[in-house]
Design a protein around this ligand. Sequence first.
Ligand code: 5GP
Length: 253
Amino acid sequence: MARRKKIYEGKAKILYEGPEPGTIVQYFKDDATAFNAEKKDVIEGKGVLNNRLSEFFMTGLNGIGVPTHFLKRLNMREQLVRACEIVPLEVIVRNYAAGSMSKRLGIEEGTPLPRPIVEYCYKDDKLGDPLVTEEHIAAFGWASQQDMDDIVALALRVNDYMSGLMFGVGIRLVDFKIEIGRVFEGDFQRLIVADEISPDSMRLWDLETGQKLDKDVFRHDLGNLSDAYTEVARRLGVMPKQATHMAKPKLIN
Ligand code: 5GP
């Protein structure tokens, strides 16, 4: 088979040219990084779990009319996605105070917020993805005001969907990050959810025990990351029921 052309390699994923124009193959690596790649490890099975979980969340979002880049899963570690132009922003939605918001504003972790709060960070590893305002975004031309209105609407729909899904399996969606892509259809531009939606980019706490089931397990050495993600997948029915927290990830189809 001809070698595929690598388009980009990031911390957790590799992008290859897809089989047809306008498509990309997204490969999920087992690499885990935190604190702007100061902490690194390889977590066996993480890529398989995130590929499957991102497929599950994006398929659900597509099903309720929230457009995403996801087309289909190809195998254990790869999915076919629509090529898009990534808006250089991390869009964060918070339901409870945690992480950088708790630090910045001195609000105790776990405090419920009066309403979901949407934040933007400028995607730049060298700068540590700094928080920016709509003024910066408009002034530097990263997105228009109309784009930002659409991005907030998309982000809040993702939040409603993901919060409900997680609540149904006893998990609190504390916060999450998404990335947005632009696709062009004739003269029109559309914004879609891109990148991945996985426990790498969310905070998930067990509703009863408060146990963390997301990348904070890795960030703060709280246990085995693969076990935490397997538990999320098991509760959502993405993994076979008999999978124990010790079992390596297995796919059901
Ligand atoms: P915080 O700003 O509190 O560090 O992060 C808020 C939320 O966005 C968390 O769920 C965190 O996992 C996610 N997040 C923020 N920045 C990044 C990033 O660069 N990569 C990933 N995967 N998630 C991020």
